[in-house]
Design a protein around this ligand. Structure first.
Ligand code: COA
Length: 154
């Protein structure tokens, strides 16, 4: 994409995720509900795509990575992706892929062997493009909708 040079993936603080989490993922909940359990644990980290053309740089895509093993999946050193979201007006421009590919490298450097998530049904195609595969059947998360466990070996 033509504007990619103004976008950089950077570690961000938990609170830097709240605005996009609230806007995209939890519009019917409070900003306080956007502070997920485990977010402040030093084993976990948050990445943002920053639009460096704006002053101050704006967080336009987010993803959170919690050190959490899924006992149903192979490997020992798992991270769980949570709160993946791109600003609605910037979707489909490669920002989500930019963030996740950067995350794969950082996770490998941490010794992680698998990234997994509960993928919203509408995001399954996105995760498939990034190499994740689905496990089992769709399941309902009350108030949010259908999800699928997806993962990729790192
Ligand atoms: C899912 C989401 C994070 C994707 O971010 P994005 O920045 O729009 O994704 P990208 O532009 O990097 O897309 C990467 C690839 O996935 C594809 N893709 C993205 N969303 C897709 C969708 N809904 N259906 C089909 N393909 C999709 C893109 O076409 C692109 O493919 P390409 O490499 O062939 O061009 C974003 O759509 C979003 O915030 N959705 C709402 C919140 C959500 O559902 N989050 C996931 C919670 S589990």
């Amino acid at each position: 994409m033509t504007t990619m040079h103004t976008h950089a993936v950077r570690p961000i603080r938990p609170e830097d995720t709240w605005s996009l989490r609230h806007r995209v993922l939890r519009p019917h909940q409070t900003l306080a509900d956007c502070d997920y359990p485990g977010d402040h644990d030093p084993a976990n980290f948050h990445l943002g795509v920053l639009d460096t053309a704006r002053t101050p740089p704006a967080v336009v895509c987010i993803g959170t990575f919690h050190a959490e093993r899924n006992p149903d999946l192979p490997g020992m050193h798992h991270y769980r992706l949570r709160g993946m979201a791109t600003a609605p007006e910037l979707r489909g421009q490669g920002l989500g892929a930019l963030l996740l590919r950067d995350a794969f490298e950082r996770l490998r450097e941490r010794g992680a062997d698998r990234l997994w998530c509960h993928a919203r049904e509408g995001a399954i195609a996105f995760y498939t493009r990034l190499g994740l595969i689905g496990h089992g059947e769709l399941f309902e998360v009350p108030g949010i909708g259908r999800h699928l466990v997806m993962s990729v070996a790192l």
